[in-house]
Design a protein around this ligand. Structure first.
Ligand code: SF4
Length: 363
C-alpha cells in the first residue's frame, strides 16, 4: 500500500515536471499533492523540480542584495513585519539614507557578486518626494555600476510613480502578494490583497519587471499556499521571492514556528512547478528554517539574497558563496570564477578538548 502511494507521488511530480517544461498549467490537486507529500518522497520531489530548474536556469544562482533605505516606524500593521506600527521588536530605526551611503552599501553587495540591488523602504507607499529620493539613489548606484539591476520595493504606488522609477533607471519593482487573497485580512488590516495586485499591475504597465512572492509559515493551510502560487502564475511576475516567516518577537506572528526544513523544500518545489520559468528566490528565513538543508534549496530556487535581510542578519556573505560553490552551482555573472575549495591547511583545527584533556568532549 505504502509503495503504491509512493508511486502515485512519483507519477504526479513527473507529470508536474513535464507540464512545467511544456508550458502547461498544473492542476490545483497536483500542486497540493507536492505540499502533502511524505518526507520519504522528498528526494523524488526535489529531483523532479530540479529538472525544471535546470532546464530554465542551468546551475546558475543569481545573487541579490538588500539595502534598507528607511527602517521601521511604518504606519501599516502587517502582522509578520518587525517594522509595523507598534512593533516591539528592537530593530534599527532610521529615516531615508542619502544617495552616497546607499550606493556604498549597494557597492559592497555588488562586489560580493550581487547582480541585483533591492532598494526597500518601510511605509504604506512613497510620496512623490520619496520617489525623487529613490531616483537619486538609483542614479548614484547606476553611475558606479551601470550593469546592475535595481529593484525598488517601496509599498503601494500611486499614479505616475512607477513611470518615474522606470525613468530613473529602476529595472524591477517588488510587491509581494504574501498569502492567499481569501485570508489577507488575517495578516494585515491596513491594506488589502487587491491593493497589492493593483500596485503590481501599475509596475508592470510602466515597464518595470514585476517581482512578487509569498511568505510561508504564517498559519496558512496548504491550500492557501497553492492559491497564492497559482495567483502569482496568473500575474506573470519575472521573479518570485519565497520567504519563510521570521517570527520576530514583538510581532503578532512572533510565536509561529510552523515550518520544517523538509516542508520549506516542498514549498520551493511547488513554486517551481507552478512558476517554472520565473526566477524563484529563496528569501527571508532561509537560514533559520532550512538550516543544514539550505544547499538543497539551490536545486529548486535559482536565486538567493546575499548577506543580511532588512532587519535581521543572514549568514555571512562568504558562507553563501561557499555554499553555492560546494553544492556545485555557479554564481550568475561569475561563471568563470575559480571554484571555492573546501578546507586547506589554515582551516584544520587541532583537537584540544575531550579525550586526553581535562576539557569536556564536543557533544
Ligand atoms: S511590510 Fe511594509 S507596509 Fe507592512 S508593516 Fe512592514 S514596512 Fe510597513
Amino acid at each position: 500500500m505504502e509503495k503504491e502511494a509512493g508511486m502515485d507521488l512519483l507519477e504526479t511530480v513527473n507529470t508536474l515536471a513535464t507540464k512545467a517544461l511544456s508550458g502547461q498549467r498544473p492542476t490545483r490537486e497536483e500542486v497540493l499533492r507536492v505540499l502533502r507529500s511524505e518526507d520519504d518522497d522528498l528526494m523524488d520531489v526535489v529531483a523532479a523540480a530540479f529538472r525544471v530548474r535546470r532546464h530554465y536556469f542551468g546551475k546558475r544562482v543569481k545573487l541579490n542584495f538588500l539595502v534598507n533605505l528607511k527602517s521601521g516606524l511604518c504606519p501599516e500593521d502587517c502582522f509578520y513585519c518587525s517594522q509595523r506600527l507598534g512593533s516591539g521588536t528592537e530593530i534599527l530605526k532610521y529615516t531615508w539614507l542619502g544617495p552616497e551611503e546607499a550606493a556604498a552599501l549597494a557597492g559592497a553587495g555588488i562586489s560580493g557578486g550581487a547582480r541585483r540591488v533591492c532598494l526597500v523602504a518601510s511605509g504604506r507607499g512613497p510620496t512623490d518626494r520619496d520617489i525623487g529620493r529613490v531616483a537619486d539613489v538609483i542614479g548614484a548606484i547606476k553611475a558606479e555600476h551601470p550593469a546592475v539591476e535595481v529593484c525598488a520595493c517601496l509599498g503601494l504606488l500611486s499614479d505616475g510613480q512607477a513611470a518615474r522609477l522606470r525613468a530613473a533607471g529602476a529595472y524591477a519593482y517588488n510587491h509581494n502578494l504574501n498569502t492567499a487573497g481569501g485570508r489577507y485580512s488575517d495578516i494585515c488590516t491596513t491594506h488589502t490583497y487587491d491593493d497589492r495586485v493593483d500596485t503590481l499591475r501599475r509596475a508592470q504597465r510602466a515597464g518595470l519587471s514585476p517581482c512578487s512572492g509569498i511568505i510561508a509559515g504564517m498559519g496558512e493551510r496548504d491550500e492557501d499556499l497553492v492559491d497564492v502560487a497559482l495567483a502569482l502564475r496568473d500575474l506573470t511576475p519575472d521573479s518570485v521571492p519565497v520567504n519563510f516567516l521570521i517570527p520576530f518577537e514583538g510581532t503578532p506572528l512572533g510565536t509561529e514556528w510552523n515550518l520544517t526544513p523538509r516542508h520549506c523544500l516542498r514549498i520551493l518545489a511547488m513554486v517551481r512547478f507552478v512558476c517554472p520559468d520565473a526566477e524563484v528566490r529563496v528569501a527571508g528565513g532561509r537560514e533559520i528554517h532550512l538550516g543544514s538543508m539550505q544547499p538543497l534549496a539551490l536545486y529548486l530556487a535559482n536565486s538567493i539574497f546575499l548577506g543580511d535581510y532588512l532587519t535581521s542578519e543572514g549568514q555571512q556573505g562568504h558562507q553563501d558563496l561557499e555554499m553555492i560553490a560546494e553544492a556545485g552551482f555557479t554564481v550568475e555573472g561569475l561563471e568563470c570564477a575559480k571554484p571555492v575549495a573546501r578546507g586547506g591547511p589554515a582551516q584544520v583545527a587541532l583537537r584540544h578538548r575531550g579525550a586526553g584533556t581535562d576539557l569536556p568532549p564536543n557533544a
